[in-house]
Design a binder for this molecule. Structure first.
Ligand SMILES: *[C@@H]1O[C@H](CO)[C@@H](O)[C@H](O)[C@H]1NC(C)=O
Length: 193
């Protein structure tokens, strides 16, 4: 903490000469919010990274009436461990591209780190025990064991407990937003753009 204060003080000391060139860049840059948990009580957002691969449909089948959120590759940055990493530089790059939110997680099934299936299921046990605390759970849709073993177990465990499994925008309450763009009334028959 002390060294941070010291470096900020140093920054202020050299700031006046940088201020003129720094200000315009900051004006058109919006803040990228880092989200790592839901807000709404009784809601869990299941999120899946690294798709699209081949198990997304299996996951959707096991979800039934529940919802999940799939993050597609190209929208995520990974470090050497396969874990998401972020820093000011990344957030700044995302902001420049118009991204408004970056999603992390509150609970990780660790499937991306080759965790045994029972360990991943244990994450759902812990979340269920914490009902109705909101949670954001990370899994990866590239593993058959996640899609066809962990997910059906987890969905059953959480919904039996009373949780609603919703998309990330829903569980953010007023902080959420409709993620889709309205293009017109649904058409019947032949689709025309
Ligand atoms: C995927 O997992 C299910 C259930 O664990 C198993 O029945 C199936 O054979 C697996 N499929 C592949 C392609 O490994």
């Amino acid at each position: 903490m002390f060294s941070k204060i010291a470096s900020i003080a140093l920054g202020v000391a050299i700031l006046p000469s940088l201020l003129v060139s720094a200000a315009p860049t900051q004006l058109h840059k919006q803040q990228v919010t880092v989200v790592s948990n839901c807000i709404n009580s009784g809601q869990v957002a299941l999120t899946f990274d690294d798709g699209l691969y081949q198990y997304e449909l299996d996951i959707i089948k096991h979800l039934g009436e529940s919802k999940a959120t799939f993050f597609l590759n190209g929208n995520s940055e990974s470090d050497g461990d396969g874990r998401m990493s972020y820093n000011d530089l990344l957030l700044s790059a995302l902001s420049t591209r118009g991204y408004k939110k970056m999603f992390l997680w509150s609970d990780d099934t660790q499937d991306g780190n080759s965790a045994p299936v029972d360990q991943s299921k244990g994450v759902f046990d812990l979340v269920a025990a914490a009902y109705p605390e909101p949670r954001m759970i990370l899994g990866h849709s590239v593993y058959n064991s996640t899609a066809n073993d962990v997910v059906p177990y987890g969905v059953d465990k959480l919904t039996t407990k009373g949780y609603k499994l919703v998309a990330v925008d829903t569980c953010m309450g007023n902080e959420g937003e409709w993620p889709y763009e309205w293009v017109g009334q649904p058409q019947t028959g032949k689709w025309q753009c």
